[in-house]
Design a protein around this ligand. Structure first.
Ligand code: UD1
Length: 429
């Protein structure tokens, strides 16, 4: 069984370069379905989720060519003939459902497996479907699939299948914002998404679509406006860097770094997270909004109260990772999870390493301990896996992290990057 073996105690030092953002690359790959001709994407991370999305596009009939040594991915969607995202791929990667908006927009129909729950919560898609419905689609749910078809949009045979609509999201869901924004691109008329999610990755997706010829405004605000157009054309685009990977290396450096330079860490995309670390006493510095430098802290770190919220709030994806930092800070810290209902599965594993964390509903109460001790542990999801690896870096002795397929879904060369900074970590099969 593939696992990471980490010997704790080494100090991190040097420079690490952050890869392209997973949560931007996956959506932009899906969006390329609508853009005629070739799309060339640069800075695409070589991670399992990107390979799965490439498989989804392949199955639809698109040509996908991934030059993994240069992180360049080319997509040509001109020969797409299938409109279905099958269960085996949606099960493997929930983000597969992001092909729904583009397929519905371009062809007027799509069939996707309903994702169901996962290890961090139930993860509905009702907001996506409500948006499609308001744009003239009918959604039929049967046999574990949702079949959406444009029925009351433009005239039969017309180029534009859906019609624009005003959509008020009950919650600023990222996935729903992205799917609806993409669906609106080739619709007739204007779509307004109110209470839209504002994550920088959504801006990246909108900027890509505009480069292909879409007309999206209000980017980065909670009211996104899309004027439908007749067609989009493929383009060249560079994926933004990954702020969750950056946050992971920032916490790793705060835990055991001497001086670590994190290139591609954009402060303005992670303002509240960086401010929180400053409040805790981490020696963190912004260099030209493109690099973050972490130096060894001068004093004792302070406990904190962290509460996750949609952007620009504290990111839920960094919640398990930040919890590791709080584990060994003297005093009591409290972490509140507001985005997913089940995102504390990793806590039992951290407690097996000597942490003292108690869960009460959606709050984790963390009493700082002197040290963690290495143990065999299992990753319950992607970010939980990263958290356990970071715990292993500061634990006494050896930590073995199992179920690392989760980690390989979202971090490019994680072990190699940590090794280059001085960590003792190997991947064994
Ligand atoms: C994305 C990210 C994920 C991140 C999350 C929150 C990707 C591939 N994944 O997931 O890493 O943790 O944003 O920042 O980009 N919800 C509904 N109905 C819906 C849609 C969502 O109730 O139709 C709920 C979900 O169950 C969840 C919350 O809204 O509790 C947030 O979901 P959402 O923002 O949609 O997250 P994802 O796009 O799935």
């Amino acid at each position: 069984m593939t696992k990471f073996i980490i010997k704790g105690g080494n100090k991190l030092n040097g420079k690490v370069k952050i890869s392209g953002a997973k949560n931007s690359a996956l959506k932009i790959m899906a969006a390329a379905i609508m853009a005629g001709g070739r799309t060339i994407l640069k800075n695409v991370p070589v991670i399992d989720d990107v390979l799965t999305m490439a498989e989804v596009l392949n199955q639809l009939g698109a040509e996908v060519d991934f030059d993994t040594s240069h992180n360049i991915l080319e997509i040509n969607p001109d020969n797409i003939k299938s409109f279905e995202a099958p269960y085996e791929l949606v099960r493997k990667m929930r983000a597969s459902i992001l092909v729904a908006g583009p397929l519905l927009s371009r062809f007027g129909e799509v069939k996707v497996a309903i994702p169901g729950g996962c290890n961090i919560g139930s993860r509905q898609i009702d907001l996506h479907l409500k948006g499609f419905e308001l744009m003239g689609a009918e959604n039929v749910i049967e046999h574990g699939y949702v079949y959406s078809k444009a029925v009351s949009g433009a005239a039969k045979g017309a180029k534009r299948k859906l019609k624009g609509a005003e959509i008020n999201l009950e919650f600023p869901s990222r996935g729903a914002t992205e799917n609806i924004m993409m669906a609106a691109c080739l619709s007739s008329g204007k779509t307004i998404i109110n209470n839209a999610a504002k994550e920088p990755e959504i801006n990246d997706l909108a900027n890509f679509l505009n480069k292909c010829g879409a007309k999206i405004s209000g980017i980065g605000t909670d009211s996104i406006v899309i004027e439908g157009v007749d067609e989009l054309a493929g383009c060249q685009y560079e994926i933004m860097s990954d702020s969750i990977e950056a946050g992971t290396f920032i916490i790793a450096s705060a835990l055991c770094g001497k001086k670590v330079e994190i290139a591609g860490a954009v402060w303005e995309n992670m303002g509240i997270f960086c401010q929180k670390l400053k409040d805790i006493g981490v020696n963190i510095e912004n260099k030209e909004n493109s690099t973050i430098i972490i130096k060894k802290s001068k004093g004792i770190l302070k406990p904190a109260y962290i509460s996750t919220l949609p952007y620009p709030g504290f990111p839920t994806d960094l919640q398990p990772i930040a919890t590791v930092l709080l584990c060994t800070i003297p005093g009591i810290s409290i972490v509140t999870e507001n985005v997913f209902e089940n995102r504390f599965m990793y806590v039992d594993e951290l407690n097996r390493m000597g942490a003292n964390i108690k869960i009460d509903g959606h709050h984790a109460v963390i009493t700082g301990v002197n040290k963690l001790s290495g143990a065999p542990v299992s990753a319950t999801d992607l970010r939980a896996g990263a958290a356990l690896i970071l715990a292993g870096l500061i634990a006494d002795g050896t930590t073995e992290v199992y179920e690392i397929n989760h980690v390989l879904r979202g971090y490019e060369n994680f072990d190699k990057k940590l090794r280059n900074l001085g960590a003792d970590i190997i991947k064994v099969s």
